[in-house]
Design a protein around this ligand. Structure first.
Ligand SMILES: Nc1nc2c(c(=O)[nH]1)N[C@H]1C(S)=C(S)[C@@H](COP(=O)(O)OP(=O)(O)OC[C@H]3O[C@@H](n4cnc5c(=O)[nH]c(N)nc54)[C@H](O)[C@@H]3O)O[C@H]1N2
Ligand SMILES: Nc1nc2c(c(=O)[nH]1)N[C@H]1C(S)=C(S)[C@@H](COP(=O)(O)OP(=O)(O)OC[C@H]3O[C@@H](n4cnc5c(=O)[nH]c(N)nc54)[C@H](O)[C@@H]3O)O[C@H]1N2
Ligand code: SF4
Ligand SMILES: [Mo]
Length: 721
C-alpha cells in the first residue's frame, strides 16, 4: 500500500484552514490540521476533518444521470453535454438567451475556475438571468462597498490581533469562524486571546449565542433594528465631538450629510426601536470611540433584514468616523498578490434590469427572490432552462415551496452537485461534480480577503472518480456543443479546439486550455508584495503556503476605487432610506404572527449540507424550535412538545426546546435543515433531517437597497399540536 501526505487547505469556508491529508491508494484516510501552515495557525474544525467522508458519500453522484420517468439512468458525458446543449439551443431559439438561467450557490465561490468559466458560459449565451446566493447572504456588503469605496469587492479585513474593542453585530464567530467576505483564520480564538489581555468584546444579537456568552457585554437587540442602534452610536459620537477629525475631513466626503442625518434623529426614539437602553448605547459609543484599537463587524444577522444595507453602511460609518480604517486594531485593506478589484471591474456584467421586478444586478446577479416568477410568468425572456451550480436554493432562499413548484415546471433543469438534494429533485440531468479534495485551485480571487498577504496553491489530495468533472470543464464543453463562444469572445472556441487537438497530438494534456492557464497567468502578472515578486516555482515548492509579507497599513487611500479617491461616508440613497426608516413607526408584528423567527447556524453544518455526514452532529441530526420559557409558558408549550410553527406562506412541525438564550418574542429554528438527500442510482427512500425554516419566509419581502431576502425578519405563530 502506498501512503503519502498532501498539504492543502480546506475550501468549505473562507477560513481556508491548512490541512494535512493522508492518502492511501487514492483514498483519504486521515485529515489533520497542517501545523506548518504559516497563515492558518493550526486551526481546524470537524467539517474539515470529515471532508473525506463527503468524497466517499454513499449517495454521491458518480456519473451523469438522466431523468427517465420518476427515476434516473446513468449516461455518458457526451450524451449529457449534447442533449443539454441541443435542448438549451432550442429553448433559446424560441425564447431568446434569457430563457436559459443559472443559480450559483456558496461552494461555487470556493473555486475560481468554477465562477470564471460559469460566467464565460453565461456570456457565451448572452443571458442576464443569473441568480446568486448573495441575495440571501452578503449583497448588502457589496452594495455598501461599491457606494463607499468604489468597488463591490473592496472589503475591509479585520486586524484582530491589535484590537482593543470588538463590536460584533449580527455575527456568531464562535461558531461560524471569523469569515464572511473576509477571513481571519482562528479569528474567534485570537479575539479571545486579546480579551485575556484586556480587550473588550461586545456582541449584538437577539440570541445569547456562544459568542455573546463569552463577551464582556451582550446587547440583546430587537431583530432587524441594528440600523437604529448603530445610528444612535454614530449620533452620540458626532454630537459629542468624538470623531477622528483628520479622517472625517480628509479621508472621507459626505460627513456633513451624516451630521445632518443624525441631527434629525432622536436618541430616545432610536433606543426604543432597538430596545437597548439609551445610557448603554451612549456608553458603548464612547468606549468604542476612545479605545486605542477598535472595530465594528457586521454579518448575516444584519444583512438578512429589510434595513440590512443601512445597518451594514452604519457599521462602516462607525469605523470610518472613529479613525478605524487602515489603522492597527481596526479594518484595513489587503491588496493581496493579485489586483482583484481591477479584474472584477474588467469582468463586470453589463447593467441589466430584470424583466418583471425591474431591478438591477447586484455583484453581477439578480435576486433569488425573483426566480420563481421569472420561471412561471410567460413572455419573451421567460426562464425555461435552469442550471443549478453548487446550490440548494429551495432551502437557502425564501418561500422554498414556491420555488420548488416553479422548478417542477421547467423544460430543463440541470444540477451540478456532489449529491442530489432538495433543489435538484425535479432535475432532468444530474451532473457529478468534483470535491475540492480532488481539484487543484489557486483561489486567487480571495487574495485580498485574508487578514494578511497569503498564498497557497490548493492542491488536490486524491484523483477524482472517473465519471465526475470539474465545473469549468462542463461549462467549456457546453459552450462548444452549443456553438456559442466562451467568454462571448468570437473565435475563442476555435482556439480551445486547437489547444485540445495539440494536447491530444503531443500527449501533453496540460496544453489543452483550462484554468491552469489562468492560474499561471495570474502568478506571472501578480503584483509585488513587500518588494517581492511571487513565482510559480516558489508557489508550488511551498506546499504549506506562504505569508508574503507583513500586514501593511497606508494602502487604503490609493486603493480606493471612487473617482475622487475618498470614502463616501453618506451615499445619498443610504441617507434617503434611513430617513424613510426614521419616518415609519416601529414595525409591529402582523395580527396572528407574534413571534420573530431567529436564525442559527451549527458548528457542524455548512448551510444546507454536511448535516448528513456520519460523525457530525453528535447532539442529533435535527433542528428544534427554541423558545424562551416565558413565551412557552404563555402558549402552554413544554420542552419536547411537538409544535406547529406557521406564517402566512407556510408551516412546519417540530419539537420544542426551551432556553432563555433568545430574547422574548424570538423563537429560533436553525437554517439549513430539511433538505432531502436522494438516491438517484437505486431510487431508495431519501434521507432527511429536520425541517426547512425558510418555507416560512415570504419571497416578496426584501431589503430594497441590496435585494436581500429578509430571512431574519419572518413573523410566525406557534401552537402545540
Ligand atoms: N434563514 C436563513 N437562510 C439562509 C442563511 C441564514 O443564515 N438563515 N444563510 C444564507 C447563506 S450565508 C448562504 S451562503 C446560503 C447558502 O445557500 P446555497 O449556496 O444555495 O446552498 P448550500 O446549502 O450552501 O448548498 C450548497 C450545495 O453545493 C453542493 N456542493 C458542495 N461542494 C460543491 C462543489 O464543489 N461543486 C458543486 N457543483 N457542488 C458542490 C452541496 O452538495 C450543496 O448541495 O444560505 C443562505 N440562507
Ligand atoms: N459552522 C459553520 N460555519 C459557517 C457556516 C455554516 O453554515 N456553518 N456558513 C459560512 C457562511 S456561508 C457564512 S456567510 C458565514 C456567516 O457568518 P455569521 O454571519 O457570523 O453567521 P451566524 O453564525 O449565522 O451569525 C449570525 C448571527 O446574527 C444573529 N441575528 C439574527 N438577526 C439579527 C439581528 O437582527 N440583529 C443582530 N445584531 N443579530 C441578528 C443570529 O442570532 C446569529 O447569531 O459563516 C460561515 N461559517
Ligand atoms: S473552519 Fe472548518 S470548514 Fe472552515 S476552512 Fe477551517 S476546517 Fe474548513
Ligand atoms: Mo454565506
Amino acid at each position: 500500500m502506498t501512503s503519502r501526505t498532501v498539504h492543502t487547505f480546506c475550501r468549505y469556508c473562507l477560513a481556508s484552514c491548512g490541512l494535512e491529508v493522508t492518502v492511501e491508494d487514492n483514498r483519504v484516510v486521515k485529515i489533520s490540521a497542517d501545523k506548518l501552515n504559516p497563515h492558518t495557525w493550526g486551526d481546524f474544525c470537524a467539517k474539515g476533518r470529515t471532508a473525506g467522508q463527503v468524497v466517499e458519500h454513499p449517495r454521491r453522484i458518480l456519473r451523469p444521470m438522466r431523468r427517465v420517468g420518476d427515476g434516473y439512468v446513468e449516461a455518458s458525458w457526451d450524451e449529457a453535454i449534447s442533449d443539454i446543449a441541443q435542448r438549451m439551443n432550442r429553448i433559446i431559439k424560441v425564447g431568446g438567451p434569457d430563457a436559459v438561467a443559472a443559480y450559483y450557490g456558496n461552494p461555487a465561490g470556493y473555486s475560481s475556475s468554477n465562477l470564471v468559466f460559469m460566467n464565460a458560459w453565461l456570456d457565451a449565451i448572452g443571458t442576464y438571468n443569473r441568480y446568486a446566493v448573495g441575495s440571501v447572504d452578503q449583497n448588502a456588503l457589496h452594495v455598501v462597498a461599491e457606494a463607499m469605496y468604489g468597488s463591490p469587492l473592496m472589503v475591509p479585513v479585520s486586524d484582530v490581533d491589535h484590537c482593543d474593542y470588538f463590536l460584533i453585530v449580527g455575527a456568531n464567530p464562535a461558531v461560524s469562524a471569523w469569515n464572511w467576505v473576509e477571513s481571519v483564520p482562528g479569528g474567534w480564538r485570537r479575539a479571545l486571546a486579546r480579551q485575556k489581555r484586556g480587550a473588550r468584546i461586545v456582541v449584538v444579537d437577539p440570541i445569547r449565542t456562544e459568542s455573546a456568552q463569552a463577551a464582556d457585554l451582550h446587547l440583546s437587540v430587537r431583530p432587524g433594528t441594528d440600523w437604529a442602534l448603530l445610528l444612535a452610536m454614530v449620533k452620540v459620537i458626532v454630537d459629542e465631538g468624538r470623531e477622528h477629525r483628520a479622517d472625517c475631513a480628509e479621508l472621507a466626503t459626505g460627513v456633513p450629510d451624516l451630521r445632518a442625518l443624525t441631527a434629525d434623529a432622536d436618541l430616545d426614539d432610536l433606543a426604543s426601536r432597538c430596545d437597548i437602553a439609551r445610557d448603554v448605547i451612549e456608553r458603548v459609543a464612547r468606549e468604542f470611540a476612545s479605545a486605542p484599537g477598535a472595530m465594528a463587524i457586521t454579518r448575516t444577522g444584519v444583512s438578512l433584514h429589510a434595513a440590512g444595507t443601512v445597518a451594514e453602511w452604519l457599521g462602516h460609518v462607525l469605523n470610518l468616523i472613529t479613525g478605524r480604517m487602515d489603522r492597527p486594531g481596526g479594518r484595513r485593506f489587503e491588496p493581496g498578490y493579485v489586483d482583484t478589484l481591477r479584474l472584477a471591474g474588467l469582468a463586470a456584467t453589463r447593467p441589466h434590469t430584470s424583466r418583471l421586478a425591474g431591478r438591477g444586478l447586484v455583484a453581477g446577479a439578480h435576486a433569488l427572490a425573483e426566480l420563481p416568477d421569472e420561471i412561471t410568468t410567460p413572455g419573451r425572456g421567460q426562464i425555461r432552462a435552469l442550471l443549478i451550480n453548487s446550490g440548494n436554493p429551495v432551502i437557502s432562499g425564501p418561500d422554498g415551496a414556491r420555488l420548488d413548484e416553479a422548478l417542477g415546471g421547467l423544460d430543463l433543469l440541470v444540477a451540478i452537485d456532489l449529491v442530489q438534494r432538495e433543489s435538484h429533485r425535479h432535475a432532468h440531468w444530474l451532473l457529478p461534480a468534483v470535491h475540492w479534495l480532488e481539484r487543484d485551485d489557486l483561489l486567487a480571487f480571495t487574495s485580498g480577503m485574508h487578514d494578511e498577504p497569503y498564498v497557497q496553491y490548493g492542491v488536490k489530495a486524491v484523483e477524482p472518480p472517473d465519471g465526475t468533472r470539474e465545473e469549468w470543464r462542463v461549462f467549456t464543453d457546453l459552450a462548444l456543443a452549443m456553438r456559442r463562444p466562451l467568454f462571448g469572445a468570437k473565435g475563442f472556441n476555435g482556439f480551445i479546439r486547437a489547444t485540445r487537438w495539440l494536447a491530444a497530438r503531443t500527449r501533453r494534456p496540460g496544453l489543452a486550455f483550462g484554468p491552469h492557464w489562468m492560474d499561471r497567468l495570474i502568478i506571472l502578472t501578480s503584483r509585488k508584495v513587500d518588494g517581492h515578486k511571487l513565482t510559480w516555482r516558489e508557489l508550488t515548492s511551498n506546499p504549506h503556503g506562504l505569508v508574503l509579507g507583513p500586514r501593511q497599513f497606508g494602502r487604503f487611500r490609493e486603493a480606493l476605487r471612487t473617482p475622487d479617491h475618498k470614502v463616501h461616508a453618506a451615499p445619498a440613497e443610504f441617507v434617503a432610506r434611513t430617513r424613510e426608516l426614521l419616518a415609519t413607526s416601529d414595525h409591529q408584528a402582523p395580527e396572528g404572527f407574534p413571534f420573530i423567527l431567529g436564525n442559527g447556524r451549527r458548528r457542524h453544518s455548512m448551510n444546507s449540507w454536511l448535516n448528513e455526514v456520519p460523525g457530525l452532529h453528535p447532539g442529533g441530526k435535527d433542528n428544534e424550535v427554541l423558545l424562551h420559557p416565558e413565551d412557552a409558558a404563555a402558549l402552554g408549550i413544554a420542552a419536547g412538545d411537538r409544535v406547529r410553527v406557521y406564517s402566512p406562506v407556510g408551516q412546519v412541525e417540530v419539537t420544542a426546546a426551551l432556553s432563555d438564550r433568545p430574547r422574548r418574542g424570538v423563537v429560533v429554528l436553525d437554517h439549513g435543515w430539511g433538505s432531502r438527500v436522494f438516491d438517484p442510482l437505486h431510487g431508495s427512500a431519501p434521507d432527511s433531517y429536520g425541517v426547512n425554516r425558510n418555507l416560512l419566509a415570504d419571497g416578496t419581502a426584501i431589503d430594497p437597497l441590496s435585494q436581500t431576502s429578509v430571512l431574519g425578519s419572518v413573523y410566525v405563530g406557534i401552537e402545540r399540536i
